[in-house]
Write a protein that binds this ligand. Structure first.
Ligand code: NAD
Length: 590
């Protein structure tokens, strides 16, 4: 990077200097200055280079500006602690914004301490005309945190105490930074040299040119002033800091420093708040998932004028757990599928539904709309891979990439191995196994590509681990779904997508009325369906309870969820004494 002010080579950032209160700030610009300006503010102990990937992805459509904050990189290096106060840092941001975009407000995007100092500017009374939007990543407003702590100390419920302790455990290094000598000595005596290794081991980040930067040791030592000049004053005497600037808060699922609880209740200060999630650590969000962050910024900058935040007008208490999320449910026209679609709708999600029976699916969509959800239904045969691919494309076009996919569609079949015809085998495997495979492929690849995580739920069955000579094809299909879910879970973990296998026992749905039986004529089959339906009705376990478990599996990212007493008992016995289950499998039960 050129040290002097100069116009860089084509494609390289153009370097200029902006003065703020006598401190020279090294500013780097990319992209067309007539496009909307995005101003990137880095954290501690970084420089503008931490944004390389994000800036490159944004530069095609935006005027991208970064700067080294005071004390870091090529910017001026004030020596006194008081020169690092938040008011001065906010002044730097306004100075750079005014110099690079004098006529139009800028879109600020900030990380870590960059985010903390940008909050100071965003909550400034003059911010509305100068900052068009703010994307905050892993750096809260210290005043908001001060109020957050006070509120929890004043009402020390077990949940509040757990949140306080949780954040305290994330903040050990802040105390260390207040100790004299220790922190500067650690940076000077080797930590700076080993910072790349620390990031690789703790943050899943690969060092690259420009990060960590050659000036790290000095930057890190001076940056300790950020903590010492601001933390205690703001946390102990927090000011009221509301803002009307629209804010996009990007939460990181594996952040070692900022716990998600810290953002609870933020709507109190920020009425126009959008919440997004990236499955990433504190640094991998920028260094490994830069294109995902850039896409979120792009979407936020380009959001239609006047679009209100999902949480607008609702108090945090009223916000539903799945608000703003999209759930896809297959086989949503009946039983567990319908109950699951409605449970997600009731908890605030939008739902995209499909079934072989389009009227039944449309009825579920109508009921979901009555609960306040956006809902659409499609006719899809899940055993047809092309149809499922088209469904996934339609859902994405109509709504967006889903956050949750429930591969629920399935059929019942009863018959011993020797009785079951090849055609029956194919039908059961096509729907129960291939239907799940098609759903996982079509939607899983979209979720992985989007990079915002999510959850896939596959309906297996207690039959997956409970052998029965009468359920040869059905149990085989469900055992395959069970194992598929575990394999997929291992693979999708890298994308922040959870996978759950749900294993219900006997649930009172329509499945028994459509279950086919090998070796029986139509009259015998109808009689058997009636008998089994009666048995399921007497057991009377409602599909709504399975739906509740499915929502819990998503929230808690549970791998295997047996539902009903018999499903739990069979799983336990299968582990303690598999031979017992094998013996029981010989009897004509069902
Ligand atoms: P259900 O018959 O009430 O509902 C299944 C829905 O899937 C129906 O609306 C049906 O039209 C649809 N469907 C069937 N084949 C399809 C296809 N090829 N493409 C698209 N949609 C199709 O059954 P349910 O009990 O709600 O079953 C849901 C899932 O739960 C199934 O996978 C089933 O195997 C599993 N399960 C059910 C029970 C139970 O006791 N009911 C127990 C364990 C597992």
């Amino acid at each position: 990077m050129a040290a002097a002010d100069a116009l860089g080579a084509p494609g390289e950032p153009r370097r200029r200097t902006v003065r703020s209160g006598g401190v020279p700030l090294a500013v780097y610009e990319q992209g067309d200055p007539t496009r909307p300006t995005v101003l990137l503010v880095h954290g501690y102990p970084d420089t503008h280079r931490v944004w390389d990937d994000v800036a490159a992805a944004l530069a095609a459509e935006h005027h991208v500006v970064r700067y080294d904050v005071r004390g870091a990189g090529d910017s001026g290096r004030p020596a006194r602690r008081r020169d690092y106060r938040l008011e001065l840092l906010a002044g730097d941001l306004f100075a750079v914004a005014g110099a690079v975009s004098p006529d139009r407000p800028v879109h600020v995007v900030a990380h870590d301490w960059g985010s903390i100092q940008s909050w100071e500017a965003v909550a400034h009374p003059d911010a509305a005309g100068r900052i068009a939007s703010y994307t905050s990543i892993s750096g809260p407003c210290l005043d908001h945190v001060g109020h957050w702590i006070r509120h929890r100390l004043a009402r020390p419920t077990p949940r509040h105490v757990a949140q306080l302790l949780g954040q305290l455990a994330h903040s050990w290094y802040i105390a260390a930074f207040h100790l004299p000598v220790l922190a500067p000595a650690a940076w000077r005596r080797g930590l700076a040299d080993r910072w790349g290794t620390v990031l690789r081991l703790a943050e899943a980040v690969t060092p690259r040119p420009g990060h960590p930067q050659p000036t790290l040791a000095g930057d890190a030592v001076r940056g300790i002033n950020l903590y010492r000049a601001n933390m205690l004053p703001r946390l102990l005497r927090p000011r009221a800091r509301p803002t009307t600037v629209p804010v996009q808060l990007i939460g990181l699922t594996r952040d070692h420093y900022v716990s998600p609880a810290l953002a609870e209740g933020l709507e109190r200060w920020v009425p126009h708040l959008w919440r997004r999630t990236v499955p990433a650590t504190h640094w991998s969000a920028l260094l490994e998932k830069g294109t995902t962050v850039a896409r979120m910024v792009e979407e936020f900058v380009a959001r239609p004028e006047g679009r209100t935040a999902p949480a607008a007008g609702r108090s945090p208490k009223d916000r539903k757990p799945f608000a703003g999320r999209l759930a896809v449910v297959t086989g949503a026209g009946s039983g567990i599928g319908r109950a699951t679609a409605l449970a997600f709708a009731e908890q605030g999600a939008d739902v995209a539904l499909c079934d072989l029976d389009p009227e039944a699916a449309e009825r579920t969509a109508e009921l979901a709309r009555l609960l306040g959800a956006s809902a659409r239904a499609w006719r899809v045969d899940v055993s047809d891979g092309t149809a499922v691919d088209t469904f996934a494309a339609d859902v994405t076009a109509e709504f967006r990439v889903p956050d949750i996919v429930v591969n629920n569609a399935g059929i019942g079949h009863s018959g011993t191995f020797l009785e079951t015809t090849e055609q029956e085998w194919r039908r059961v495997l096509d729907v129960n196994l291939w239907g799940v495979i098609h759903g996982c492929r079509a939607f899983g690849s979209l979720m992985a590509e989007r990079g915002e995580g999510g959850h896939i739920v596959n309906l297996a069955s207690a039959a997956a681990y409970l052998p029965s000579k009468l359920l040869a094809a059905y149990a085989t299909s469900k055992a395959a779904v069970f194992m598929l879910s575990d394999c997929l879970r291992a693979e999708m973990a890298g994308f922040g997508v959870g996978v759950s296998a749900i294993c219900p026992g006997i649930v009172n749905t329509n499945i028994t009325r459509t279950t086919t039986f090998s070796g029986l004529d139509a009259a015998q089959e109808a009689a058997r369906q009636k008998r089994v339906s009666g048995m399921y009705a007497r057991r009377n376990f409602p599909p709504e309870k399975v739906a509740d478990e499915i929502l819990r599996a998503v929230t808690g990212d549970r791998a295997v969820v047996p539902v009903t007493f018999e499903a739990k008992a069979a799983r336990l016995i299968g582990r303690l004494s598999p031979g017992l289950l094998r013996t029981a499998a010989r009897f004509d039960i069902g």
